[in-house]
Design a protein around this ligand. Structure first.
Ligand SMILES: [Zn+2]
Ligand SMILES: [Zn+2]
Length: 246
C-alpha cells in the first residue's frame, strides 16, 4: 500500500498528553469530514453519487445535524432518500412475494440467496452500516497508523516519544498491531510490538487503578484523602475501552 505521509499531526499529538493519540487525530479528521460533507462536497457530482448510494451512519447523520447547515444536509438527505426509496420498493416487493409464496422465514440457500422475510429485514438493517463518512475517516486513520509505523522506523526521536506515551484505546491498539507487519519486519517489528503491548497493558492497569480509587473515594473513610488522578477516571476508562466517546 502506498500512502501519503503527513507526520506533523502525529508529532503534535504525541507531544501532548492523550490516553490515545490516534483518537485525538480521529476527532480532527471527523470534524473536518463533517465540514467537508456539509460544504463543497454537496456540489461535487462524484461525491454526491457516493452519498446517494451509501448515506451515513446514525452517528454521522447526528454530527451533521448538530453542525447546523440544515440546507446542505436536507439536499444530501433528499437525494439519498429518493435512492433508498427506489431500492426499498424492490425490497418490499420481495418481502411480499416471500410471504405470499409461503416461505417467509427462508434465510439462505446454499450458494445463492433465498428471499425470506429475515433476508429482507437484514438488508434493510444493513443500510445503517453503510456510511461514506466512516469510510473516509477509516482511510485517513489507516494513513496515520501507517505514518506512526513509518516514523518508528525512520525518525530517530519517535520511538522515545512512543515509549513515553500512554498507549492507545483498544481499537487503535488493535488496528496498529494488525498493520505493523505490513510495514515493519525483523528486530524493528519485535521491538515495536513489545513496546506497544507493554504500553497497552501497563496503561490499562493504570486507568483501572485510577477507576478503582474513584469508586473508593465514595467510602466515607476515604473522604479526606486526595483524589489523585481519579476525578475523571470514569471518562478515561470508557475512552480507553471504546475510543474517544465521552
Ligand atoms: Zn483511540
Ligand atoms: Zn459513519
Amino acid at each position: 500500500m502506498k500512502l501519503h505521509i503527513d507526520t506533523a499531526p502525529v508529532w503534535e499529538v504525541y507531544r501532548q498528553d492523550h490516553e490515545c493519540p490516534l483518537c485525538a487525530i480521529n476527532d480532527r479528521v471527523e470534524a473536518a469530514s463533517v465540514e467537508y460533507f456539509l460544504g463543497d462536497s454537496v456540489m461535487e457530482p462524484s461525491q454526491r453519487i457516493e452519498v446517494n448510494e451509501k448515506g451515513f451512519c446514525a452517528r454521522h447523520f447526528k454530527l451533521m445535524f448538530d453542525a447546523g447547515n440544515r440546507l446542505g444536509l436536507a439536499l444530501m438527505t433528499h437525494t439519498y432518500m429518493k435512492n433508498t426509496l427506489k431500492w426499498l420498493e424492490q425490497n418490499a416487493g420481495r418481502a411480499v412475494a416471500a410471504a405470499e409464496a409461503g416461505r417467509p422465514v427462508l434465510k439462505r440457500v446454499i450458494g445463492k440467496k433465498g428471499y425470506g422475510l429475515a433476508v429482507c429485514g437484514d438488508e434493510v438493517l444493513a443500510l445503517e452500516d453503510r456510511c461514506v463518512m466512516c469510510e473516509r475517516i477509516r482511510d485517513n486513520m489507516q494513513r496515520y497508523i501507517y505514518t506512526i509505523l513509518y516514523m518508528y522506523k525512520h525518525e530517530p526521536e519517535f520511538p522515545g516519544l512512543l515509549e513515553g506515551s500512554k498507549g492507545m484505546c483498544l481499537r487503535h491498539y488493535a488496528e496498529t498491531l494488525k498493520m505493523a507487519p505490513e510495514h515493519l519486519s525483523g528486530e524493528a517489528l519485535k521491538r515495536f510490538v513489545r513496546t506497544l503491548s507493554r504500553l497497552e497493558t501497563d496503561n490499562l492497569q493504570r486507568v483501572a487503578d485510577e477507576l478503582e480509587w474513584f469508586t473508593r473515594k465514595f467510602d466515607y473513610r476515604n473522604e479526606d484523602k486526595p483524589w489523585g488522578n481519579s476525578r475523571d477516571a470514569v471518562e478515561r476508562s470508557l475512552n480507553k475501552l471504546r475510543g474517544h466517546i465521552v
